[in-house]
Design a protein around this ligand. Structure first.
Ligand SMILES: [Zn+2]
Length: 131
């Protein structure tokens, strides 16, 4: 039986980070559907589960690898943003955070210095803000 399964999985994609995420998300959706009895969550959970199986049994390995890569790119962007917001919240008593009006670069200035002129390190735009 084990040998048969191994034979069956030869040349197939198997599992990866995106599939782990999909299976966990589908379990969460199905649990929510059990609690709330909203059938939408059941459908979403089933679709995620089918997608997860489809990907792990797929023979198009390069396509699946590419999907996994995209998943990690998005995940990194989200965790990066979340960490940035966490830092901003932790330092809120020490610093003011502004965005450059020209290039949208996020800038950090120390609080309690009155009105100050800020120059953007990226594009050189100068603007006046209260610190
Ligand atoms: Zn700028």
């Amino acid at each position: 039986m084990r040998e048969k399964l191994r034979q069956f999985m030869i040349g197939r994609y198997g599992t990866d980070g995106l599939n782990q995420f999909l299976s966990i998300a589908s379990i969460v959706m199905l649990l929510i559907s059990l609690i709330t009895r909203v059938s939408l969550f059941t459908y979403v959970g089933m679709v995620l589960l089918i997608l997860c199986y489809y990907r792990s049994l797929s023979r198009n390995i390069s396509k699946r690898t590419e999907e996994n890569y995209k998943f990690y790119t998005i995940k990194d962007r989200i965790t990066g943003k979340a960490n940035g917001l966490k830092d901003q919240w932790a330092n809120r008593k020490l610093y003011h955070y502004y965005r450059c009006p020209q290039c949208r670069q996020k800038l950090r200035v120390p609080r309690g210095r009155g009105r100050i002129q800020i120059s953007c390190p990226r594009c050189g735009t100068q603007f006046i803000k209260k610190s």
